[in-house]
Design a protein around this ligand. Structure first.
Ligand code: HSE
Length: 315
């Protein structure tokens, strides 16, 4: 068999947890994502030719060993299941900063699964790629949670509790609301951050957080922005993680003062997101960035509609 040409897929970054739904609610964002190119090769096995960073250079830290990269782990999971006995070669283009709380490992895993799927004689439906992308994500984060993989795969706002997997439930997004995501130049290792979380919670905490999550989902279904603002809260996880992001309190305060509906850590941080009315988003992004820089952290921000597209094959 001749080595075939590359197929490239793009997968967007995402906001895990979305504040109110630890491990089970996630939102795709527009404007940042990873690309993975894949081709069949005559040499059996999955390999990575190279991993390149945002600057186009070979990535200084990410492994290109096939068993150490979320892209190749996801690709291998799908390829093994397909029964194709040719090999696979990947090129990974990282567009999402590492350990940023922006679903970086999920974006690589999803882009790989979508690119490899396009090489199959009979490509699988999008939903069937979840388990393969999750195989990659699980390697990176040390836990089984789909709140980054699911929105990156299918776009928009997705409810994906572990107990219901592989179900991914797309939620309607409230009209006129945007997300703002600010990434301070810090890194938080998700697996470490998860390991540090308390293992037990009180009945009061459980009831409170369940109430907010239920209210948030109802708010989305009923397009009720007031209820959404009331419920966009994390009483359990955010307080435990806030100290690993020293600029978080100031950035959150600046977002809320500027009129955000709610603000919390994106995934395990350090990125911080706010939801807000569309017409306030640009100003809230500026205020959050200013607060971040005032605390001594360089940063970057993205403003995104809540119905941002999921992964796609590119021409
Ligand atoms: N739900 C995961 C966590 C997301 O908060 O640990 C990681 O980005």
């Amino acid at each position: 068999m001749d080595d075939s040409s590359f197929v490239t897929a793009f997968a967007p970054a995402s906001i895990g947890n979305l504040g109110v739904g630890f491990d089970m609610l996630g939102l795709a964002i527009a404007g940042a994502g990873d690309r993975v190119s894949a081709r069949k090769t005559s040499k059996a096995g999955v390999s990575i030719r190279e991993v390149r960073g945002l600057d186009g250079e070979i990535h200084p830290t990410l492994s290109s060993k096939a068993d150490e990269n979320t892209a190749s782990i996801a690709a291998k999971s799908l390829w093994d299941k397909s029964g194709d006995d040719s090999g696979l070669e990947l090129i990974v283009h990282k567009g999402v900063p590492l350990q940023s709380g922006m679903g970086s490992s999920a974006a690589s895993a999803v882009a790989a699964a979508v690119a490899v799927n396009a090489l199959l004689d009979e490509p699988l439906p999008r939903e069937a790629l979840l388990e393969h992308a999750l195989a990659g994500e699980q390697f990176a984060s040390g836990g089984l949670h789909a709140d980054n993989v699911a929105p990156s795969l299918i776009g928009g706002l997705v409810l994906c509790p572990q107990v219901l997997l592989p179900k991914m439930i797309s939620l309607p997004v409230p009209t006129g609301v945007s997300s703002v995501l600010v990434h301070p130049e810090l890194q938080v290792n998700t697996a470490d951050s998860r390991n540090r979380l308390a293992k037990g919670y009180s009945m009061h905490q459980w009831l409170t957080q369940q109430g907010y999550l239920a209210g948030f989902i109802a708010a989305c279904n009923q397009n009720d922005i007031e209820l959404l603002a009331e419920c966009l809260r994390d009483e359990i996880i955010e307080p435990q993680r806030a100290e690993s992001v020293p600029c978080f309190p100031a950035v959150k305060e600046s977002a809320m003062k500027a009129g955000a509906l709610g603000c919390s850590l994106s995934g395990s941080g350090p990125s911080i997101f706010a939801l807000c009315l569309d017409n306030k988003a640009a100003n809230i992004a500026v205020m959050m960035e200013q607060a971040c820089r005032k605390m001594g952290y360089e940063c970057q921000s993205w403003v995104s509609p809540l119905d941002a597209a999921g992964a796609r094959v590119e021409d």
